[in-house]
Every structure is written in C-alpha cells, then in structure tokens.
Write a protein that binds this ligand. Structure first.
Ligand code: ADE
Ligand code: ZN
Length: 342
C-alpha cells in the first residue's frame, strides 16, 4: 500500500531507472585518490578533504573546470571498469533496475587514452552487473565545446563498438555551442540506428533557442535537464504530445544555479503529464545518488507518494528498452507499492 508520507526508505526500495548519469561524474574522491596513486598522477590533492575542498561550483562552467581534470586518473581499461562497477553497485542499492549511462570518450582520447580501454572497461562492468540484477547500457556523448568534425571522427571510431552503445548524447559547455552545430553527426547517428538525446542544462544563455533546435530540428528522443521548457507553452505542448522524457537532476540544479533544485518546474511539469524523471547527473560531485535526488525533492517540496511513483514510472517509460521490458519493470513498481508496508 502507498505510504501516507514519502520516506527515504520508500524511495530507495522503489524500482526505478536512471537515465542521466555521467560515469566520469561518479568518480568518488576515494577512488580518485586511489587511482592517482596507482597511476602516478599528481592531481594536486592528497586527502579526501583536499579533494572535496575543490568541489565548489556556481555555474556549469565552474563545475566542468573541476570535472575534467579529475578524469586524468583514469588510465587503464580496469580503471574504467572499476569506476562503472562502483557506480552500478551504489545504483543497485538505491533501487535502480535499469540504467543508461553517459560517458565522454573525447575527454579521454585527447589525453592519449585509447577508445577501446574506455568502451571495453565500461562495457564489461555492464555485463558483470547483470549478476546482481541491474540492466546497464551505455550512451556515448559528444563534447559540444569540441568541433563537429571531432564528433564525426568519434562516431566513426566507435563503429566497431556499435553493439555496445545504445545511444548518442551531447554534453559539456553549452554557451555558443548550439545543437545545430552537431546536425551532421546526429543525423548520421540516427541513420546508424542509435537513439539520440541532448543536454539542455538549466538556465543557460539561449536555453530556449537551444531546446527548440534539439526538439524541432534534431528531433531528439529525450532532453537532459530541459526544465526551461516551462518558459514556453509551445515547447511544453510539444514535449507532452510526443511523450518525450525530460531527465531532471535536482541536486545538480541546486549546485549549478543559485540554490534552486527546480522543484517547482519539475512538479508543475509532472502534474500536466510531462514524462519528467529524477536522476543524479554527476553524483560524486553533486552530493548524492539517485535516491538522494528523489529525497532532496521530496523533503524540500510538497511531494506525494503518488508523485514519487509517477516519477519512477516515467523513468521506465522514457527509457530505451523494449515495450515488454518496460511492462515488466512497471509491474515491479506496482508490486512494490502493493506489498509496501511502511
Ligand atoms: N558533463 C557532465 N555533467 C554535465 C552536465 N550537467 N552538463 C553538461 N555536461 C556535463
Ligand atoms: Zn548531465
């Protein structure tokens, strides 16, 4: 039975899907330090407290300035495996049954790390995580502050790994890097059979114009973040009518804006039927995994248990799995609620 009030424990046990998590953003300070030592990389900090002291952001740009240098510790295939495995275990503890995880190959290739280390390490973790009941898939990102040529080169280089990659995303620094810059690599990605999504980070310069391009010209299947659509009724109608998923990340929103989880926007969109879901984005950097994000929303806004369940259902419905698999997970959610005794 549904509880009268939302609790962290109810959220943690609720079967859910995570559709917006960057594997490089799951690099916890402990693992960062361990890999730095193993690989002889000077990251400028030697204790967890020192590492955490660098985690101060007030914008997307200031976050990315901490996020990219942290990746230097990832050198071998087993480093990528260990990173993904650590995330998958945590996600499993927080009720995740299915996840579609972003990764940023260009950020590794430019450091001289071969693409096969990145993809094979991450993919092997996906395979091994099946043993503890998570279905994990990979979404390859193009960095929007690099060129369209570089994105095309990555798409071509990833051709031998096509069966290990479910979709393509656009992430990184948004200003002056509109979706249209990547028209060609995204068209080719669709031709090659990939699913496509793009970041529309909250409150960016030109957010609405970028969202219009992503939805109306590139025809993305989901929007990552994207809650700025509330500023434009036509965009809300578009997203609603096409049942497009919006992958929202409250703790990330809080840290890259002026303390705004965007809970009002998330709940307004949910109420009118938009398929918004809750996700963690870069959990090691933003202070919480998926259940912590649901809980941040539930504890700071008026959120009912029905709304929490709808958010979890949205995460399944807007995932890129088969209709049959979606049905199974949706039934798992109903069964969890039916049997819940709290
Ligand atoms: N890369 C990692 N996290 C990101 C975010 N929230 N926005 C854009 N690029 C990212
Ligand atoms: Zn993101």
């Amino acid at each position: 039975m549904l509880p009268r009030k939302v609790s962290k424990e109810f959220i943690e046990g609720l079967p859910k899907s995570e559709l917006h998590v960057h594997l490089e953003g799951t690099l916890e300070p402990e693992l960062k330090l361990k890999l730095a030592k193993k690989n002889n990389i000077d990251i400028g900090q030697s204790t967890i407290e020192d590492v955490e002291a660098t985690y101060h952001y007030t914008s997307l740009a200031s976050f990315l300035a901490v996020y990219y240098p942290g990746m230097n510790v990832l050198q071998t295939e087993s480093d990528f495996y260990e990173l993904a495995m650590a995330y998958l275990k945590k996600a499993h503890e927080q009720g995740v049954v299915h996840t579609e995880m972003f990764f940023d190959p260009q950020a590794h290739i430019i450091r001289g790390v071969p693409l096969n280390y990145v993809i094979n390490g991450f993919y092997q973790a996906c395979v091994d995580a099946r043993a503890f009941g998570i279905d994990a898939q990979l979404i390859m990102c193009f960095l929007r502050d690099m060129s369209a040529r570089s994105a095309m080169d990555l798409l071509n280089a990833a051709q031998p790994y096509h069966n290990k990659i479910l979709g393509i995303c656009l992430d990184s620094y948004e200003h002056h890097n509109p979706p249209l810059k990547f028209m060609q690599p995204f068209s080719l990605a669709v031709e090659q059979g990939y699913h496509i999504t793009m970041h529309a980070d909250v409150d960016q310069i030109d957010s609405i114009e970028h969202i219009k391009q992503a939805l109306e010209i590139i025809n993305v299947e989901r929007l990552d973040h994207g809650t700025n659509i509330v500023e434009n009724k036509d965009l809300v109608d578009w997203v609603n009518q096409l049942h497009l998923g919006l992958t929202s990340c409250p703790l990330s929103n809080e840290l890259i804006t002026d303390n705004d989880l965007k809970g009002d926007e998330i709940l307004d969109l949910l109420d009118i039927g938009v398929k918004v879901s809750i996700n963690s984005d870069d959990p090691a950097y933003f202070g919480g995994y998926i259940a912590d994000n649901y809980w941040a929303l539930a504890s700071e806004y008026k959120v009912t248990p029905e709304q929490i369940v709808q958010l979890a259902k949205n995460s399944i419905e807007t995932s890129w799995i088969s209709k049959e698999q979606k049905q199974l997970y949706l039934e798992q959610i109903d069964k969890y609620v039916e049997e819940y005794d709290g």
